[in-house]
Design a protein around this ligand. Structure first.
Ligand code: ARG
Length: 461
């Protein structure tokens, strides 16, 4: 449609090479919203007559009903406009007044990303809730805490799962931060340097539920740091989930014996009938790599281009949509796999209590370095209670040795963020979950109100 007068017919290969239609479905609904808000503003500013505007609004509804699959064109923007002109006639050509595909696509991506960010926020909150629920049932389940993947100190499953919840809580926080910069409207930036026509950028911003316009029109059309920042947060979410996934893989092995996945979350082998495999966790681990690759690709794409809009930017969009989708799905499926699994205590050899034993010596006045050395010597060959009593009897009674190596007692004593504070950590998690949930409802409410208002003004055209 655009090229007819200036360039004539395009080469088929070049058209399919440059087209973004295959990946534009993600912004189809957003584009219709952007069109509607822009149309309302044009009508209010007297740039399109009321009657024409109402006809265009009806045509946009029809395009929505016909659906994305019936569109044809270089990209979703051209395809929608072409269909509107087809339905309305020449007057339909007024829709693209005072805008370009450059500000249009930037606005569409922000809207679609905003919807997906809200979805991801909800999934993260739900996933954290599942981790907290599972943790609440396992405050007394003893497992070893590992460092260097060697058994380090006794802890509880509740304490361990709370660590994952705390980690994901920070990604929820990061998403709220990103939202402040993401939720701004590029619309009205036009191709790059704005328009001579009397538009109202505040109005379109408000109708689309944005916090306000991106001030500089050139920045509005060219910036994708909202996307790269968001891709970092998706990568961060995937990093956190991947570490949990790695533990699910280890824990569900007979070597670790900490967890038995629910059959519904496991897969089997085509040849080995006994197999029960943790493929869900393995795929979360692999997709973390993919999402982190998307971040790198997006940064490299934007880094190479001068201001303002360049077609390179089109190539960035699928990296963002894919990452948002993968992060939300991963959070959901992995947390459900953990929630539905059965956990058991793997049992721990007494040496896992070596630090507790050294600390018992400290309580009896022994300098820590000496206590460390004495228990270190004892640990060379592994030890039982009798060996410990024999070696440390000058300082500790049999009862004190027994107490130090009583893992249930030792986890209770280790407060200060340790397993003895698990209940407080879980409460903290629940409080954060509530405040994040409340803040999320508020953002969603604001957007819903803006969209209802948009519907009202459209109906009045
Ligand atoms: N499909 C394009 C994209 O995603 C839309 C913008 C095209 N603008 C242009 N000046 N060619 O970036």
């Amino acid at each position: 449609m655009y090229r007819k007068e200036r360039l004539g017919a395009a080469d088929d290969g070049a058209t399919s090479f440059t087209s973004s239609l295959d990946s534009d479905e993600w912004i189809f609904d957003a584009d219709l919203l952007v069109d509607r808000a822009h149309l309302v503003m044009l009508a209010e500013q007297g740039l399109v007559g009321r009657e024409g505007a109402a006809e265009i609004a009806d045509a946009l509804d029809a395009v929505g009903e016909e659906g994305f699959s019936s569109l044809a064109g270089e990209d979703v923007h051209e395809a929608i406009e072409a269909r509107v002109v087809e339905l309305v006639g020449e007057e339909g050509g007024r829709l693209h007044t005072a805008r370009s595909r450059n500000d249009e696509v930037a606005t569409c991506i922000r809207l679609a990303a905003r919807g997906d960010v809200l979805r991801l926020m909800n999934e993260l909150i739900a996933a954290r809730g599942r981790l907290l629920d599972t943790a609440s049932e396992s405050v007394d389940t003893l497992i070893p805490a590992y460092t260097h993947l060697q058994r380090a100190q006794p802890t509880t499953l509740a304490h361990h799962l709370s660590a994952h919840e705390r980690r994901l809580a920070r990604d929820s926080g990061r998403l709220f931060d990103v939202m402040e910069r993401l939720n701004r409207s590029p619309l009205g930036g036009c191709a790059a340097a704005s328009t001579t026509l009397p538009i109202d950028r505040e109005r379109t911003s408000e109708l689309l539920g944005f916090e306000g316009p991106v001030e500089n029109s050139m920045d509005a059309v060219s910036a994708r740091d909202f996307a790269t920042e968001l891709l970092f947060v998706c990568s961060s979410v995937m990093e956190a989930l991947s570490r949990l996934a790695e533990e699910v893989v280890l824990w569900s092995s007979s070597e670790f014996g900490v967890m038995e996945l629910d059959d519904g979350f496991a897969t089997t082998s085509s040849v080995m009938p006994q197999k029960k495999n943790p493929d869900v966790a393995e795929l979360v681990r692999a997709r973390a790599a993919t999402v982190q690759g998307h971040l790198q690709a997006a940064l490299s794409i934007v880094s190479g281009i001068p201001l303002s809009y360049n077609r390179d930017l089109q190539e960035l969009t699928p990296h963002l949509s894919d990452s948002l989708r993968v992060a939300a799905r991963s959070a959901r499926v992995l947390s459900r796999a953990v929630e539905s699994a059965e956990f058991r205590e793997p049992g721990m050899e007494l040496e896992v209590g070596a630090t507790d034993l050294a600390e018992a010596l400290v309580e009896r006045g022994v300098p820590f370095r000496e206590a460390h050395a004495r228990v270190g010597r004892l640990s060379r060959t592994g030890f039982g209670t009798e060996d410990a009593v024999d070696a440390l009897g000058d300082r500790l009674t049999r009862g004190e040795v027994g107490e130090a190596l009583d893992f249930h007692r030792s986890v209770e004593l280790r407060v200060n963020g340790g397993p003895g504070s698990a209940e407080e950590l879980l409460d903290l998690g629940r409080r954060d979950l509530k405040s994040h949930g409340d803040a999320l409802r508020e953002i969603e409410g604001g957007i819903d109100r803006a969209y209802s208002r948009l519907e009202e003004v459209l109906a009045e055209l």
